[in-house]
Design a protein around this ligand. Structure first.
Ligand code: NI
Length: 197
């Protein structure tokens, strides 16, 4: 090896080692890892019934960002409050958000028949879509969203439901973006949602 080449060999080797290290670091940072895939696997296919008795699936809501939340019509305070906040946010969205839908999925299908969902929903923004189904369909969608719902007996023989109060923000392809905060001024929440349109 000529002296000049020998002088260059060491820095060149160091440079190549550095470059390889950089490429590995970049790959580890940007390549989708299995853990990220699992974390984003919230949501997915479902088969439910709308208030008018129509069968609906997740495909009916693709093409525009949408919100999903779980509840039940006998809920004393959390659900009605959330439905009210969502209605205010949807009103603030105005016509720009005409296609936006908020899916209100009951965790109490025994009492929340399509007719009950329809009548309950009429007090709120029409872009809120009340959905029910049979017990197996509801259990499946609760599982798909990694949500939680549990029947809790009351003293008088009645029961209430404990449930996840998270509002899920899904993108136009039905992928989970994150939880959506509705406990803020409606215009601010609307502005946030508009970013995903
Ligand atoms: Ni509730």
């Amino acid at each position: 090896m000529p002296p000049r080449a020998r002088r260059l060999a060491a820095p060149l080797a160091a440079f190549l080692v550095g470059l390889v290290a950089l490429l590995i670091a970049a790959y580890l940072t940007f390549a989708p890892s299995p853990r990220m895939t699992t974390a984003s696997a919230v949501g997915g296919p479902f088969s439910l019934t709308a208030g008018d008795g129509r069968a609906v699936t997740e495909k009916d809501f693709l093409g525009t960002p949408h919100l999903v939340f779980f509840g039940f019509t006998h809920c004393p305070d959390v659900c009605p409050t959330k439905l009210f906040e969502l209605s205010e946010m949807l009103r603030a969205l105005g016509s720009k958000g005409a296609k936006v839908r908020a899916l209100f999925i009951t965790v109490d299908p025994e009492r929340d028949t399509p007719a009950v969902m329809k009548s309950y929903g009429s007090s709120f923004d029409p872009r809120i879509v009340g959905l029910t189904g049979d017990r197996a369909q509801i259990d499946a969608v609760v599982r798909a969203y990694r949500a939680y719902a549990k029947k809790v007996p009351l003293k008088d023989g009645d029961y209430t439901m404990e449930h996840t109060s998270l509002v899920y923000l899904m993108d136009k392809d039905g992928r989970f973006i994150g939880s959506f905060n509705v406990e803020r001024p409606p215009a601010q929440a609307a502005q946030d949602l508009l970013r995903y349109l």
